[in-house]
Design a protein around this ligand. Sequence first.
Ligand SMILES: O=C(O)[C@H](O)[C@@H](O)[C@H](O)[C@H](O)COP(=O)(O)O
Length: 248
Amino acid sequence: MDKSIYSPNLHVYTDGPAVARAFADHLVDKLEERGEGPFFWALSGGSTPKLLFKLLAAEYQDTIDWSRLHFFWGDERMVPYDDAESNYGEVKNLLFDHVPVVKEQIHPVPTDLEPQAAAEAYAATITELLPQNSDGLPIFDLNMLGMGGDGHTASIFPDNMALLTSDAICAVATHPESGQKRVTLTGPVIDASDEVIFLITGSSKTLRVAQIVNREQLADSFPAAHINPTSGNLHWFLDRAAASEVGY
Ligand SMILES: O=C(O)[C@H](O)[C@@H](O)[C@H](O)[C@H](O)COP(=O)(O)O
């Protein structure tokens, strides 16, 4: 990792709910800033996003013009949508069933297909709907990511760092412990996003966050440490627990 260029904008909040609220308010600001037109948002799975989806459903019904939003996923588990493991199913239960989203603007990974076919079909949808940059890569307006305890992000795991530089838009990944098949956006597509925001909370992430933000040697082995959007709009929304070993 080129230590001279990797420096996420850190935002530290009291706890998980405060991180979720900060993200929700940022989304409102981003939509206002854009004025009008479609807004392409890639969601992530994980625990902190659950807090966000519940908050949006409870308090942001009237604050957000839901008709502008197109929903995608940074990664998805290859399970049925009604499976407890489904990232899409999670958002449907916590958010989509409670706010006036436009059904046709929800673009889940087609997990009823075989993994490779699902990745190709999902990539075709993304290519069809999103604007592209000068490299022909789709531009998400906002890419929301988490970071696993092993430093993975989306479903780019430490044992498959090649996905960080893949020329595919989406790829099939395998969870290193469970063997679960996933579809994930690749590193170059994530880095083509107009803005990338990591939501990282809890003491289980303290060491990893410190290793990456303090640019310790080990950082190179964590996929999350390599996400660096060409826009420069890289933000880490942390709670105090996750940020407690960051050297300012
Ligand atoms: O599908 C997934 O599992 C997520 O996309 C994954 O990348 C997640 O963001 C991290 O594992 C962090 O999850 P937590 O926030 O629950 O620690």
